[in-house]
Ligand binder design. Structure first.
Ligand SMILES: C[S@@+](CC[C@H](N)C(=O)[O-])C[C@H]1O[C@@H](n2cnc3c(N)ncnc32)[C@H](O)[C@@H]1O
Length: 284
């Protein structure tokens, strides 16, 4: 290789390395900026201890086995459907989000397939009466799963353009035979600005954001219902801010387990028996 080529190659490698470091540095800065802005210095220190403790728990053999099973199921889903939905992405690594609300965002992580089916089963819905909205739809795994039911339409709302583009690519690979719903789309926007449709809706949340954003979305739902009462079903997986929904007068807890809670508008409360059969838990 000539001297000039070697110099050019070295310059290219150095630039790439600097760029990679810059990107990592930016992610680290954003990772620190997030908790500091939300919790202050003391709160951040306390939270760091809590997170360290839960990291230690993750090293436990039973946890590691469970994670390995989940990872294998994720890989099988993606391979079978020729899509890319797996992975865990920290919000600080999503540099492309324009909205200031990125600091309230949680990780990207897809819903587990069998759990999604269990939740739809437990909610006792007639999908053809509802549109399905996934708040924080990420790479679109839930859109692919919801499309297998005859919903009027299926909409995903995701604020990361990168994840939204992956979701669009994934949606293009749904086989016609698998799709039973009306139109399916991923929309790239901050969930707080999403306008709730006029028709009856299933609103799906898998731990997308923190309390402040959940409360704004909840207020939008309340306004939408007050302007136009309709059936609303909220499916909330990993319901860490369930109190935000418990406060809403016109929906009640309909079904729940350790992992999720389903709320329904009170007038759509009839078939509680099948929930008992499905999950064997107590009902109000
Ligand atoms: C835990 S993932 C769930 C992905 C998908 N719903 C599923 O269950 O497979 C949460 C997603 O919410 C997105 N998100 C967080 N805050 C958001 C916001 N304010 N507006 C839109 N999307 C948001 C994140 O980028 C992430 O992709």
């Amino acid at each position: 290789m000539g001297k000039r080529r070697t110099v050019l190659l070295l310059a290219a490698i150095t630039t790439a390395w600097r760029f990679a470091r810059l990107k990592r540095g930016r992610t680290l800065y954003r990772r620190l900026q997030r908790p500091l802005r939300r919790r202050g210095v003391l709160g951040t220190a306390r939270q760091t201890l809590v997170e360290l403790a839960s990291l230690l728990r993750l090293l436990w053999p039973s946890h590691r086995r469970a994670r390995a099973v989940e990872r294998a199921a994720d890989a099988t889903f993606d391979r079978t459907h020729n899509v890319d939905t797996r992975g865990k992405i920290h919000p600080a690594a999503m540099h492309d989000i324009e909205s200031e609300n990125w600091i309230y965002s949680d990780f990207y992580e897809p819903s587990r397939v069998e759990l999604f089916e269990q939740m739809i089963d437990a909610s006792d819905i007639e999908p053809h009466r509802f549109s399905f909205i996934d708040y924080g739809s990420g790479k679109g795994r839930v859109l692919l799963l919801a499309a297998r039911f005859p919903f009027r339409r299926v909409v995903g709302v995701e604020h990361s353009p990168k994840l939204h583009r992956i979701a669009e690519r994934n949606l293009r690979s749904i086989r016609f035979a698998d799709r039973r719903c009306g139109p399916v789309e991923s929309i790239c926007m901050d969930a707080v600005h999403f306008r709730i449709p006029e028709e009856s809706v299933v609103l799906y949340f898998f731990n997308p954001f923190e309390r402040t954003i959940m409360s704004s979305v909840r207020d939008n739902v309340v306004r939408s219902y007050e302007g136009n009462p309709k059936s609303i079903i909220v499916i909330y997986l990993n319901p860490v801010h369930s109190d935000v929904w418990d406060e809403v007068g016109f929906i009640k807890r309909y079904a729940w387990s350790d992992e999720f809670i389903i709320y329904k508008t009170s007038h759509s409360h009839a078939p509680i028996r099948s929930y008992r059969r499905t999950l064997g838990a107590e009902v109000e």
